[in-house]
Design a protein around this ligand. Sequence first.
Ligand code: NAD
Length: 372
Amino acid sequence: MVIGILNETSDKRVAVVPALVQKLVKEGHSVYFEKGAGLTASVTDTAYEEAGAISKERNSILEESDFIPTIHPISKDEATQLKANATLLTLLQPFQTDEFYKGLSVKEITAFSFDMIPRSTIAQSMDVLSSMASIAGYKSVLTAADLLPRYIPMLSTAAGTIPPAKVLILGAGVAGLQAIATAKRLGGQVEAFDTRPAAKEEVQSLGAKFVEVEGAADASNAGGYAVEQTEEYKQKQKALIEEKVQKADVIITTAQLRGKPAPTLITEEMVKSMKEGSVIIDLASSTGGNCALTEDEKTVVKHGVNILGSSQLAAEVPEHASQLFSRNIENFLKILLVEGQLTLDFSNDILRSSCVIYNGQSVYGETDSLIK
Ligand code: NAD
C-alpha cells in the first residue's frame, strides 16, 4: 500500500510523523511525503527520509496513494485527482460540512472521519478529538496568561501581596480538565462548571471548585456528550455564571453540543461587567462560540476584555500535537489493516461508525447498511 503525507497548508501540524513512517515501511508499505510537510512541527525532510519515506510532489501523492490520512480534508478539486478506490482518513465533520464530503463522491473513494469514532473506552487510543482537546486546554491557559496584564499566581513581595488570578472554566470535558490542571499549576484560583454531574468529581480531584447548578438533564445515554438543557436550568445556570464571570480574570470556555451550535454562556452584558484587561478564551468558536462577542480565529477587545476565539489551539503546540495525531492514526490502522491489507470489516463498530463515504457513496447516518 502507498501512504501519502501531505503538507497541511493552513496548519502547523502534520498528520504522520517519522516514528509511524518507520513502522509502515518496516511492514512493507511505501510512504510518500510532500516536501516541507513536517517543518512547522519540527520534522525535517531528512527525518522523513531517514525513516524510509520518499519525497514526492503533492500532485503525485494525490494521484498515487492508496491511503491518505490528513488533519484537514483536502479540497474538492484535489479529491478529483485521487487514485480510484483510495481511502481517506481525516476530520470531515459531516455535521457541518455536508457540501464538502459530497465532493468526495468521485472515483469510488472511501473516507473515514475521525470525529465520527464512538467515544468508547476501546476507541480512546484513536480519538483525535480527545488528544487535540487536551492540548488545546493546556495552550488556552498559557495563551490567556500571555494576554492577561496581571499575574496568575499569588505573589508576596516586600512591596505588597498580589492576589492569585481567578480562573473560570466553563465546560469541564477533555479540554476543560486540562485547562483546570494547567491553571492550577500556574497558581490560579480555579472554578469550573459543567452540565454533566459526573464532571464534579473530576473537577474536584484536580483541586478546583465545582460550580453547581441543580436539575441538569440526564445525559447518561448520550455517549459521553452533553445534552440540551431545560429553560429553567438555563436560567439558573445564567444567574450563577453571571456572578462568577464578573469576578473572573480569565475565562476558558469549551462547551460543545454534538451536531448543534455551541451554547451561549456569556452574554454581552456579562462581558461588560468584567474587569478591564480580563481575558476570555473561547475554544468553541468554530461552532458559534460560548461568548456572544467571540469572533472565530480572531482576538478582539470588547468592553476592555480580550476575547480570543479559537478551535485550533492544538496547532499551536505543533510538535506534540502531530506526534499524538500520528499515534491516533497508527491505532486506527490497527483495525483498518489486516495482514498489511486495507480491510473494511464493517462488523467492527469503530470502522462502521466512522465511515462517511464508501466506494464514492455517502453512507453518513446510514452506516448500518454497511453490514453485509
Ligand atoms: P465536548 O467537547 O463535546 O464538550 C466539552 C464539555 O462541555 C463537555 O464536558 C460538556 O458536558 C460541556 N458542556 C456542554 N454544554 C454545556 C453547557 N451548557 N454548560 C457547561 N458545560 C457544557 O466534550 P468532550 O470534552 O470531548 O468530552 C465530554 C465527555 O466525554 C468527558 O466526560 C470525557 O471524559 C468523555 N469522553 C470519553 C471518551 C472515550 O471514552 N473515548 C473520549 C472523549 C471524551
